[in-house]
Design a protein around this ligand. Sequence first.
Ligand SMILES: Nc1ncnc2c1ncn2[C@@H]1O[C@H](COP(=O)(O)OP(=O)(O)OP(=O)(O)O)[C@@H](O)[C@H]1O
Ligand SMILES: [Mg+2]
Length: 330
Amino acid sequence: MSFDFDSFDDDSLPTSDRWNPRSASRALAHKRRKPKKTAGQILAELAEAPHVAEDLLEFTYQPARHEAIWLRESLQPFFDQALIEDVLALVKGGKEANVYLCRATPPLGTPYLAAKVYRPRQFRNLRNDQLYREGRELLTSLGVPIKNRDTREMRAIRNKTSYGAELTHISWLMYEYLTLQRLYELGAAVPRPFSAADNALLMAFIGDVQQPAPVLHGQTLPPEKADQLFHAVLSNVELMLQHGLIHGDLSAYNILYWEQTITLIDFPQVTLSEGNHNAYALLHRDLQRVCEYFAQQGVHQNASALTAQLWKQYVRTAPNQTLSDGYGSA
Ligand SMILES: Nc1ncnc2c1ncn2[C@@H]1O[C@H](COP(=O)(O)OP(=O)(O)OP(=O)(O)O)[C@@H](O)[C@H]1O
Ligand SMILES: [Mg+2]
């Protein structure tokens, strides 16, 4: 894993390479002090002024030029909410998002946070979200569903405008955030969520300053540990199902392994067990992938039998049917 904190260490950067927003802003303020302006002029200028540099987030991590603007814009809300004060390193670049290690502000009582920043739309490799979207209402950036199907927003989505694509993206991200929130409150093994903005979400960082938690894939487990962790994953799948949810992209790649425990991540495609015709197939796929990994670790389970059993226990609809089909028994 390319996570070398030494290379992101403040002191290891040549001073000339380090852009310090605070001193830059002071230099700028000094230059601007010349002509006298009326109070009205000053107020009008202030109202129009973009963020003054004093209000900017620190960047120990040096983003590439194309990454810098996007990153700054995406993370600024968390700085404005006094949640983070520095971006320290890139943890991992994924297909849809990059995850960054941030320094949390002291009052949070935790040294680090992970910020998942979704890529700009044109560089994003979105999963086939149609598969998961059935039964899910569209969520605004406040996490509120858009109920009326005839709103400007719904028309934009139907007509596939770029505004519509942006709304779909925000909804996708809000599902990830709200699912984390709900599951965290229920006691599931997920990172604690802290905040969400239009293009990023902030959560507990799993790992330590030397190393982020690795994913389960590629880890070799001792037999007694393997059995215990399999049941830990299964009980999280069960807890989700009890609350009508299916991860939808669960595998050993979306489970972190740290200090002998597992943490489930990556929830934007969360699927409603009773609202989506693909729900049974998605649950089956999730369990199959989990079982495949654990079979390599000596834990042999039958994914099809598990799917059937969990479905019977927790889901009121028949497989391939939804509550809106009117087949629910409750
Ligand atoms: N809370 C966290 N703490 C530590 N590392 C994390 C955290 N969340 C995510 N990561 C790291 O970032 C990677 C990408 O996160 P995630 O799977 O949510 O995004 P993604 O874009 O869907 O990635 P991928 O395409 O690889 O699935 C994870 O595989 C993991 O290595
Ligand atoms: Mg992932």
